[in-house]
Design a protein around this ligand. Structure first.
Ligand SMILES: [Zn+2]
Ligand SMILES: [Zn+2]
Length: 360
């Protein structure tokens, strides 16, 4: 098991937790309604952000080593804090509490900020940031400069192999009980879209499977990317389309037949389902990939009187999925292909609306 503790005094600050991959929706800002989103992680787990976060914040004009920092397109600013902030659900925290004197002015209805607002109850050192503002996920972020691993091991959740994942983690549906889109879908599709555009090198994109097209085609069309759907055509004139056909690939499916393989990312290890070259992998969060690959809408059976369409509950919201724009742009800005003029033009069209806040 892994336990995190205070660097200053050694006190344990978490219960036993198991490492999982840093999720694409960890820093998602969703809507503007009251209340926070569910934690990004399952109970008993933690994830480490590999990228720098937190203060000091640097204006883009002051950043002269952007590509060395992994940024390939302009941002409003970048975080100059350390990498390795540790994300946990608030229920995993022990022996630490919110210190009112450290609570920042950033929050709207709740807590947010760039600096720790929780202290170790043994030595009063600031160790973590509690976040529960509106539209953000309930979270505690351990500061890597003030905390460290004091006990290490596999923890309460052993790593599942791909077949076990298929059995035990069937994915999440795209819509929520209130009829809206699930925010994890908006984050996962946004991330995959950025990788898809980068991998396409500007060629027209063919979405072979209709259930994939349903979620990707509307946004690609809106972005002005040439896109078509259906099986590859034998017409010679469509050779260019065949070159960039995208199909689902992963455990339980036949080997990828397209040049672009929409593959799952393992939710614990972060590894991608391997595909043979020359196919390029397009990563999709496991919980969304799994649903997309295997879920089939149930058909009413055994009825002598057919159900009228209007008597069936809607399976998807009545409006199209809007991939998360902020996540799309931040993923795209870290892919070197965004330097291609056609892709940079797409990036620049969206950028004014999504500043790169230095949020922890
Ligand atoms: Zn608010
Ligand atoms: Zn301490």
């Amino acid at each position: 098991m892994t336990v995190f503790g205070c660097r200053a005094c050694g006190a344990a600050l978490t219960g036993p937790v198991s490492r999982v991959a840093f999720p694409v929706h960890a820093r998602q800002k969703w809507g503007n309604g009251p209340g926070s989103l569910e934690p990004a992680l399952e109970p008993g787990t933690f994830a480490e952000d590999p990228l720098p976060s937190g203060t000091p914040w640097r204006r883009w004009e002051e950043v002269d080593d952007a590509e060395a920092l992994g940024w390939y397109a302009p941002r409003y600013g970048v975080c100059g804090g350390p990498p390795g902030h540790v994300l946990l659900a608030p229920g995993e925290i022990r022996n630490a509490a919110i210190e009112p004197a450290l609570v920042s002015e950033y929050g709207c209805c709740g807590l947010d900020g760039n600096e720790p607002n929780m202290v170790c109850l043994t030595c009063r050192t600031p160790v973590a940031l509690r976040v529960d503002d509106c539209g953000l996920r309930h979270a505690v972020w351990l500061n890597p400069l003030a905390t460290h691993v004091i006990d290490d091991g596999p923890g309460p959740h052993p790593v599942l192999d791909w077949p076990d994942l298929l059995d035990q983690r069937p994915g999440i549906p795209p819509s929520e009980p209130d009829g809206g889109w699930h925010p994890v879908w908006a984050a996962a599709v946004a991330t995959a879209l950025a990788h898809l555009l980068a991998a396409s090198d500007g060629h027209p994109i063919l979405l072979v499977q209709q259930r994939v097209a349903d979620f990707f085609q509307p946004t690609l069309t809106r972005l002005g990317v040439p896109v078509s759907t259906g099986p590859p055509s034998a017409e010679p004139g469509r050779a260019a389309l065949r070159r960039t056909g995208m199909v689902l690939a992963g455990p339980g499916l036949p080997p990828a037949a397209g040049d672009l393989a929409l593959v799952p990312q393992h939710p614990q290890t972060g590894e991608l389902w391997p595909v043979a070259r020359p196919a390029k992998p397009i990563p999709l969060a496991w919980d969304v990939w799994s649903h997309l690959a295997f879920h089939r809408d149930p058909r009413p059976v055994g009825r002598s009187v057919p159900l009228l369409p209007e008597s069936l509950p809607p399976l998807l919201p009545g409006y199209r999925l809007e991939p998360d724009g902020g996540i799309f742009l931040s993923v795209l800005a870290r892919l070197p292909q965004v330097r291609q003029p056609w892709l940079r033009a797409i990036y620049d069209r969206g950028r004014p609306y999504h500043y790169g806040y230095c949020r922890l």
